[in-house]
Design a protein around this ligand. Structure first.
Ligand code: ZN
Length: 310
């Protein structure tokens, strides 16, 4: 589904701790261990459902000694996962048992939610979503399949003003404004189930963000193929006078990036080819994957990333 969220990428601290939290506590599947293709001394971890489907993915650049980030205007405030509506009781108990910092049950736009943080302070939430029971989740983890996270629900953005970013969502990515609650305006991509919601909180004159552990680096939106990506990039350039990059080969998808008017980094990522291009579907995430253009540097890269290499 063009325009729905493909993945969210954040900065974390120690890689092992990130892997432990997202796979064991949240029950997601580690679908890829690789490196930041632009800065291969930094690892890149992808978590999602069993296949690593677009719309199920949260990814991290683990930087062991990164300073803690500080939320500010022009940041993703919260990344939200979808679980079946009936599973929130299970998650309330699980967070207590695993000592996950959380705010308990609340209600947002008619759905029940639990806001919580990972160990690096990344703001996350689970929302109980109707009709997702049959969607594929991760397999074989500690979380029973019936209660597993099925994918992304969406993100909330903290912005100086809502209008300019709202235009990108509606005119480039096909979202519609569907409601408002207090200072939050909700946008939804019709026809999409996962990654379909973007909430905008306009706050004006708030703090300047400081990127670091717990900060979101960028949000990627889906393009079904290269032609759809090119059409969106053209709109970004010609109708919004922004500067999208050329498409970059990220091996598991192809990406165009642009800085949107609210200062967030947005990406347009293709659904193709997916995570089984270099590993069998039942072996995803087991071995550190080095892209072909960095293959000659494999030993040096692996030596720098001991937590990912073994
Ligand atoms: Zn990305």
């Amino acid at each position: 589904m063009n325009g729905a969220i493909h993945h969210v990428t954040a900065i974390s601290g120690e890689a092992r701790r990130t892997i432990d939290f997202y796979t064991r506590v949240l029950g997601l599947r580690l679908v890829k261990k690789t490196v930041d293709f632009d800065e291969p001394s930094i690892g890149h971890l992808y978590f999602g459902n069993a296949a690593g489907s677009p719309g199920s993915l949260i990814t991290f650049f683990p930087i062991e000694h990164a300073a803690e980030g500080r939320l500010g205007v022009g940041d993703v405030q919260e990344t939200v996962f979808a679980v079946p509506e009936a599973s929130l009781g299970y998650w309330t108990h699980r967070f207590l048992e695993k000592s996950v910092a959380n705010k308990g049950l609340s209600r947002r736009f008619g759905e029940r939610a639990i806001a919580f943080k990972d160990l690096d302070g990344t703001d996350l939430a689970l929302v109980g979503m109707r009709g997702v029971e049959g969607a594929p989740g991760p397999v074989g983890g500690e979380v029973p399949a019936e209660h597993a996270i099925r994918g992304l629900h969406g993100v909330s953005l903290l912005l100086e003003e809502a209008g300019p970013t709202a235009r990108i969502l509606t005119e480039v990515f096909g979202y519609e404004e569907v409601g408002a609650e207090e200072t939050t305006r909700r946008f939804r991509r019709p026809g999409a189930t996962f990654g379909a919601v973007v909430d905008i909180r306009a706050v004006g004159g708030f703090l300047v963000p400081r990127p670091g552990r717990g900060s979101v680096h960028h949000v990627a939106f889906r393009a079904v193929d290269d032609a759809a990506q090119a059409a969106m990039a053209t709109k970004v350039a010609e109708e919004h006078e922004l500067e999208p990059t050329e498409p970059k080969d990220r091996r598991y998808f192809r990406s165009v990036y642009f800085r949107e008017p609210g200062h967030l980094l947005f990406e347009i990522a293709t659904d193709e080819p997916g995570f089984d291009v270099d590993e069998a579907p039942d072996r995803l995430g087991e071995v550190l994957q080095i892209p072909p253009f960095l293959e000659a540097r494999r030993e040096e890269i692996a030596a720098d990333l001991p937590d990912l290499a073994d």
